[in-house]
Design a binder for this molecule. Structure first.
Ligand SMILES: [Zn+2]
Length: 844
């Protein structure tokens, strides 16, 4: 028999009494974790990390124990099997890693203050108190917390506080739950609260550095999301309260701790009077995502981390289902089409990508599972396919049964498919497993062969890919009835094309709605037919034409030069989703030109041509009563006009800046970033730079701060770039949680790229120490990869990262990203001349 790898196999806790004393001044934690449970062997294992263990008692008697640092635990000889109570005394440091128990820093009226919060997913509860830190080890918890409390401070946890005695705060016993969902926080907080129709208390908490009105939007969305889920899932919210807490330092976006959801401030608080519509939509979807988890993830939890997708893919779909229901005018599924879908299609086309379901053991590898493009975006697309297959009635019925069968317990992917299969009478599992277990996705080729309309499927790659002969069960969603509902073979013939075309009266299409995870390569006959009728297509179908052409060009199945002449026919489309797809494709053309070259000037002229009419139509100032599409389209076309160095656009932005110089934060948030960036780039000075940095440090408005970061990192002044690089490691200016955006901004700036890249290489050790414990760490490599496109940078990238290839958690990222840059460099080398000639031809 092999050695048990999961501690749960040695010890199954039923109840914890956890006492923790936290001292902010000395940065020390001490406590006792008393665990009652069922010993499955005479030597049990309990997780701990970075702790000093002073004593272990078993049923009140001192017991021998050994530390197992590699397994992040202690092994305790309990001398028997069966019911046992283990008490562990410990001390631990309070560190600034944004994991475990950690401080968040902020300033209030010039005074430096801190809030203590927690982040335990995936494996950091073991840094806070000894526990069997595995999702399957569900137990009830009694938390008691003491801290160096100041008058007026508030403490929160998963459950309500029941009493305070001698400065110790005691919380009500939790429901049966996993350790990674335990949370608490304390500090000088403000809150707004309300109650759902069913009586659940809902609250939003933040530091007092925020204006009270910044809590209103989140409170409304949280309340209505919970009410929506209670109805949709046909299952009551299981706890007395649902607190949403904004933490000034936060590594991910948000965390679904049961009853105490924690958020990055940017994803919870916002100024209701001046925040862009897309930012409001983003905040709403983040809140709806975390609240979807309160059932799916918290009430029913994946058995092990290999089924992390069960949590994340599902919550990622439900955030759109919920917001679409409570804010139908937003058409939030369009956001899914223009953000999650392209992210999934791009990443999933690189050979070596993980499948949605991945076997995993090592804690560092567990963190690396959080590949947002795959586990979140692709997984959500998978569930969107499943939802389309079974329909909403069966989905709700299936979910209700799933929650009833597994509540306060754990489940695997197969349990969900079984529930949906039973509810719908369809073999959901077989279809979904072809998407879940296999990496990548197919390109379906549609062509007329000897008069016959023929489809075939093959894995799609950007860059080198090893064809493993994979086939998928593809929901085709064709507009022709002759096409099968599920296409599972390598090829299929649909019949005589001329007859089918005649009978249908419209061009042949598959993946109508763009909800299945594949792209389509139409042959010239079929593509010409679609393009000839492109104005009859709805916005999603037009987006899809651009999306598939872009990917096929990235995958070298067609040439970018052949795509360029098609772009102008999408330029004046009023639908935001089409505009977003258009500029996503047009942005890829920037990689074919050298900064300052004649080719760049021509590309700018092309951009001017694409954006001119829409800029004239929309102007800089949002109009009262304008359509949502106009509001959301404006930023894209203004951005294009500024890239084009359109003189009028530059002057208009400068004029707006001058007119609002006394209150830059008050500039309309929909366009503010372009005004600020234009000013820094074209009219900048050291004084303006310093003024913006000071405003950044003082503002509590995350949107405004993000705009400033985007503006100052666009400076072309070498001395100011040097100042930016210094600010990277100055937490008083750039918090570690925000550093990646600053780094990316400078790296994407032609004038700053060398400095940013030198910084990353020179300061890798510092970066690893500061944010290395964090599941977002690998994204520093990803953002670098998304920018690099020359042979020189490729060589430098390889020289730097190849020696790090065996670092746990980084291996896959380094391998994939090397391939991504290689394929881009090859593409540019091969097609540069033809693409630039095509741009010249297309520019009148
Ligand atoms: Zn999530």
């Amino acid at each position: 028999m092999t050695e048990a790898t999961h501690f749960y196999q040695t010890f199954q806790p039923t109840h914890y009494n956890v006492y923790i004393d936290i001292n902010r001044a000395t940065k020390k934690i001490s406590g006792t974790s008393t665990i009652t449970g069922d010993a499955k062997s005479e030597t049990i294992a309990v997780h701990e990390k970075y702790m000093t263990i002073s004593a272990v008692k078993v049923d009140g008697q001192d017991a021998p124990f050994t530390l197992d640092e590699k397994a992040e635990g202690i092994r305790i000889n309990v001398g028997k099997t069966g019911a046992v109570t283990v008490a562990i005394d410990y001390t631990a440091p309070l560190t600034d890693s944004m994991m475990g128990i950690y401080p968040s820093y902020y300033e209030l009226n010039g005074e430096k203050k801190q809030i203590i919060g927690t982040q335990f997913e995936t494996t950091a509860a073991r840094q806070a108190f000894p526990c069997v830190d595995e999702p399957e080890a569900k137990a009830t918890f009694d938390l008691a917390i003491k801290y160096d409390e100041q008058p007026g401070e508030t403490i929160l946890s998963n459950m309500p506080e029941i009493k305070t005695e001698d400065g110790v705060h005691y919380f009500d016993t939790t429901k049966k739950m996993s350790s990674y969902l335990i949370a608490f926080a304390f500090g000088d907080l403000q809150s707004k609260q309300t109650t759902t129709k069913s009586g659940v208390k809902v609250g939003v908490f933040a530091t007092k550095a925020h204006q009270p009105k910044e809590l209103d939007f989140a409170l409304d969305i949280a309340k209505r999301s919970i009410e929506f889920y209670e109805n949709f899932y046909q299952t009551p919210y299981p706890l007395p309260h649902s607190w949403q807490l904004a933490l000034p330092d936060f590594s991910a976006g948000a965390m679904e701790n049961w009853g105490l959801v924690t958020y990055r401030e940017a994803y919870l608080t916002l100024d209701p009077d001046n925040t862009s519509l897309d930012m409001k939509q983003l905040v709403a979807t983040v809140i709806a995502h975390e609240l979807a988890h309160q059932w799916f993830g918290d009430l029913v939890t994946m058995k092990w981390w290999d089924d992390l997708w069960l949590n994340e893919s599902f919550a990622n779909m439900m955030e759109y289902v919920a917001i679409d229901a409570i804010e139908p005018d937003w058409h939030i599924w369009e956001t899914f089409q223009s953000s999650d879908v392209p992210m999934a299609l791009q990443r999933d086309a690189t050979d070596g990508v993980q499948s949605v379901h991945v076997n995993v053991e090592d804690p560092a590898e567990i963190d690396a599972l959080f590949d947002s493009a795959i586990v979140y975006a692709k997984g959500a697309r998978m569930l969107v396919m499943a939802r389309a297959l079974v329909g909403d009635d069966a989905l709700r019925k299936g979910l209700k049964a799933y929650f009833e069968a597994h509540h306060y317990g754990n489940a695997k992917g197969a349990d969900l498919w079984a529930a949906l299969g039973d509810a719908s009478g369809k073999d959901v599992g077989t279809i979904m497993n072809s998407w879940l277990e296999q990496p990548g996705y197919p390109v379906v080729s549609a062509s007329v062969v000897d008069g016959q309309l023929t489809l075939s499927q093959k894995q799609f790659f950007i860059g080198d890919g090893q064809d493993a002969g994979r086939l998928w069960q593809i929901p085709l969603n064709s507009n022709y009835e002759a096409a099968p509902a599920i296409f599972k073979d390598a090829t299929v013939t649909l019949g005589d094309y001329a007859e089918l075309r005649q009978a249908a009266g419209e061009p042949f299409r598959v993946n109508v709605g763009n909800n299945s995870h594949f792209i389509v390569k139409y042959d010239q006959t079929l593509l010409d037919d679609i393009l000839a009728h492109v104005d009859d297509l709805d916005a999603t179908a037009q987006l899809q034409v651009l999306q598939d052409l872009r990917l096929l060009a990235d995958g070298r199945q067609i040439s970018y030069a052949s795509v360029v002449p098609l772009l102008s026919r999408f330029a004046n489309n009023p639908a935001t989703v089409v505009t977003v797809a258009l500029y996503r494709l047009a942005n890829n053309l920037k990689k074919f030109v050298t900064p300052g070259s004649a080719e760049e000037k021509t590309l700018q002229a092309f951009y001017d041509q694409l954006s001119g009419q829409q800029v004239a139509r929309l102007g800089w100032t949002p109009q009262a009563g304008e359509s949502q599409d106009d509001t959301l389209t404006r930023p894209y076309v203004l951005n294009a006009a500024l890239y084009a160095q359109n003189a009028q656009a530059i002057a208009d932005a400068h004029q707006l800046f001058t007119a609002n110089a006394e209150n830059l934060a008050g500039l309309s948030a929909d366009i503010r970033v372009f005004v600020l960036r234009n000013e820094v780039k074209n009219f900048g000075s050291a004084a303006l730079f310093d003024q913006l940095i000071t405003a950044y440090q003082q503002s509590s408005d995350a949107s405004y701060k993000a705009d400033i970061a985007a503006a100052v990192t666009a400076t072309t002044d070498a001395q100011l770039i040097a100042k930016l690089i210094v600010a990277f490691e100055d937490a008083n200016t750039v918090k570690p949680q925000d550093l990646r955006a600053w780094y990316r901004g400078v790296l994407a700036n032609d004038a700053g790229q060398q400095a940013a890249w030198d910084w990353l290489r020179n300061e890798w050790g510092w970066l690893e120490k500061t944010v290395g414990g964090d599941m977002e760490f690998t994204t520093y490599i990803t953002v670098t990869t998304n920018i690099f496109h020359t042979p020189e940078r490729l060589a430098e990238f390889k020289a730097f990262f190849e020696p790090k290839i065996n670092t746990p958690g980084l291996t896959r990222e380094i391998k994939m990203d090397t391939k991504v840059i290689e394929s881009r460099v090859d593409l540019i080398e091969a097609e540069k001349d033809a693409v630039n000639a095509a741009v010249k031809d297309a520019t009148k």
